[in-house]
Design a protein around this ligand. Sequence first.
Ligand code: ATP
Ligand code: MG
Ligand code: FE
Length: 336
Amino acid sequence: AVVLGIETSCDETGVGIVADGRLIGEALASSMEEHARFGGVVPEIAARAHLESLMPCVGKAFAEAGVSPREVDAVAVTAGPGLATALQTGVAAAKSLALAWDVPLYGVHHLAGHVAADTLEHGPLPARCVALIVSGGHTSLLLLDDLARAPIRHLGDTRDDAAGEAFDKVARLLGLGYPGGPAVAKAALGGDPDKIGFPRAMPGSYSFSFSGLKAAVARWVERSPGDVHVADVAASFQEAVVDVLTAKAVRACRDHGVPTLVIVGGVAANGRLRELAAERCARAGVELRVPAPRLCTDNGAMIAAVGGLLHAAGEPASTFGLSVDPSAPLVRAAIV
Ligand code: ATP
Ligand code: MG
Ligand code: FE
């Protein structure tokens, strides 16, 4: 089946077209630069940018896919979580397209999209896997069965900041700008990850906590007289984050006897996280799946991928009464 996916939960306008689980066309626009001078995403600016970019992105995705709108079997759209006004632009457009083309509409959970992104590169997920979602707003360790049908089990979540949020805040502390993840990763390349022993917060079971680490970095920067070696701070901070993430994820696989770990979300684009995860998974005999960096950050293809899974599983479509849910908990891939 051919599924068109739309993602507008934050500052990325994403459109993707997936045919039988394969990505055949996509387009991405971003209002990131318009938010930079505010130090964070401004909802009204993001929503306006989505309105301007969305239909041009749909056109580009079709051109790349080489299919016509008549060949689309379903439309999928992020219905939450995210910024309400931003989500609304995508949901309104998706409803209009589904109505015009007379095809089913699937409301999709953004984080299920992050997980499904991996299927576009590595094929269907195994019957059971552990998923680590590390993004700008979330950090969750999940036990996944059939993504389209089964309820999603949370092994642990962050108790305070998300991993990506920690990267963004530390980038600001170090004067590296916004968005912070890629900037910190780049700065860290020239630094010594063992230079500063930042704390590894290990709250109970599979939960995470990054606010103490962020505070420790702030304190360290404050106390260092004059010459803060940004590269060393960035590398040491990054090492503390990826150490905790990979240790807990691999332990979750071992404890639950699950042989596959999938790591997704914007922070999964981080080179050091990918490297350390590969090392520790190899040692533990766990198969590691991490999508290419461009599939880790927000995009429309991942939403189309979830739509494809829901459609193939014969799951009920959403109604045209579908509304956005800015703080949707991740219990199922579908939001009806
Ligand atoms: P959510 O998915 O939780 O709603 P989001 O959609 O805003 O949040 P994503 O697009 O998944 O987040 O990821 C963006 C986050 O990933 C940002 O916090 C960014 O700093 C971080 N990030 C991106 N690239 C890297 C990298 N190379 N290293 C570390 N962090 C990164
Ligand atoms: Mg973004
Ligand atoms: Fe995201």
